[in-house]
Design a protein around this ligand. Structure first.
Ligand code: DX5
Ligand code: ZN
Length: 218
């Protein structure tokens, strides 16, 4: 079952609550929230108070993607703000074990993310501690970029290794440049959660865009 996670980075920030409702009504599975600190990535988006204020406006689970340095410092505060899923970057953690355990001990879904240049094998030691792996299919920081094809090889490697170890319940999420053309490629590579920002928010019919990404008839 393919899940679609629209990224709020491409929404109208002056109307975030309505945008979240629109996405929920359009049939999204989960809401993807991109947190950027201007240090780990060269951009700044939004943080804890914005997520907390959005929480009452939708029943969708919040998939919080932390593109911040040493995310261990803030995980509990994102959980208090309403995060249901949290992904931390392999490259950003001072102590990956502590980051993953903090998410797990708070009863939330545990995600580990990697940038395009990070080999899939780097996170093999942590696979059994995750609920999902987030493979960045663009350089993190900005919406609207083109998918880097080589990143799908890492999706294949990770899906293969997860299956080989019997970790079939662990999902592989792809993030960046996912549209009508690239979604089938990502799914064929083994992704089962697709993040999409610009391709959904710029669509005239968001419901049709989501269905189409999932591979259903419009
Ligand atoms: C980029 C973010 C993505 C981004 C995806 O750093 O992690 O979630 O919003 O945007 P699109 O789908 O437009 O590439
Ligand atoms: Zn993201």
């Amino acid at each position: 079952m393919i899940k679609i996670a629209p990224s709020m980075l491409s929404c109208d920030f002056s109307a975030m609550a309505n945008e979240a409702k629109s996405i929920e009504n359009a049939g999204a599975d989960v809401l993807h929230l991109d947190v950027m600190d201007g240090v780990f990535v060269p951009n700044i988006s939004f943080g804890i108070p914005v997520i907390a204020s959005l929480r009452p406006h939708t029943a969708l689970a919040f998939d919080v993607h932390l593109m911040i340095t040493e995310p261990e410092r803030y995980i509990e505060r994102f959980i208090e703000a309403g995060a249901d899923w949290i992904s931390v970057h392999f490259e950003a953690c001072a102590d990956i074990g502590i980051a993953l355990d903090t998410i797990r001990l708070n009863g939330k879904r545990v995600g580990l993310a990697i940038k395009p240049a990070t080999p899939a094998e780097s996170i093999f030691p942590y696979l059994d501690r995750c609920d999902y792996i987030l493979v960045m299919t663009v350089e993190p920081g900005f919406g609207g970029q083109a998918l880097i094809p080589e990143t799908l090889d890492k999706v294949r490697i990770l899906r293969g290794e997860l299956d080989r170890r019997g970790l079939t319940q662990v999902s592989v999420e792809v993030d960046g440049g996912i549209n009508e053309k690239t979604a089938p490629q990502a799914i064929a590579a083994g992704a089962d959660i697709l993040v999409a920002g610009s391709s959904i928010f710029s669509a005239a019919d968001r419901r049709a865009a989501i269905k189409n990404l999932r591979g259903e008839e419009k």
